[in-house]
Design a protein around this ligand. Sequence first.
Ligand code: DGL
Length: 287
Amino acid sequence: MKIGVFDSGYGGLTILSKIRQHLPFYDYIYLGDNARAPYGSRSFEVIYRYTLQAVRHLESEGCRLIILACNTASAKALRTIQQHDIDPARLRVLGVIRPTVEAVRGCHIGVLATQGTVQSESYVLELDKQWQMQQTGGGELYVTQQACPMWVPLIESGEHLSQGADYFVDKYLCELWNKDPLIDTLILGCTHYPLLLPKIRAWVEEHTTHNRMGLKEGEGVCGVQIIEQGDIVARSLRDYLSRHGDIEGLLSRGGTCRYLTSEQADKFNLSAGIFLSTPVSAEHIEI
Ligand code: DGL
């Protein structure tokens, strides 16, 4: 049995590579629904239908555990799939939003995400839930969301290092900081966004000066904690498997990874190079 990793496109590769660094011995199948990406501006019904089709496909390929390495799918489809479409005795499906929220330590949170994730309010709800659990008295949580609709198309087309990308990084971060100038935590709530991290970090460094969180070295710039999901999701999966020996015991350990795409395989192979350091040989599928 394998671990399935699903994303609308290439972004989930940033999560997959971290999972494979932490847990190299399992067998994986990555599925990118590249032909129908981006999902970010699609309706709930469409994202749910596409995600369920991908889950069914991964299940038919022998996956026993599936990670929705896509915030948009996690936000809009995960709960319905978990509650209505799968038998947990045969398949488990996990998302990326809850583990991400658990890494937050500040109280002025900026969430950068696709339109779909922002509209779902999933981050707001999860952050609030966690805040209520942690609070023993006083203190307030401020969550400010910013949709970044141009970032995924820029990254998917390999333009994330261009001056055009500088413009759109500045645009969305300015809009976010205008809404809350005291942001102390920045969630990169889309699996594509780590590719813009150097530009985001440079912007934050240049535009923020407060240092109120006592972060350890390397954890943030100017006191702003920037949360990337790769390591967080990988650690959360490792914990999950250590708590669920029944599932872990079923997973095969060949250290392999297959790549499936709804797009042409050679196009996937070329573009995957932006996200991965090793070449891949994908298979085209119809879902
Ligand atoms: N990578 C997906 C996410 O994490 C979004 C990309 C898309 O819009 O399809 O939200």
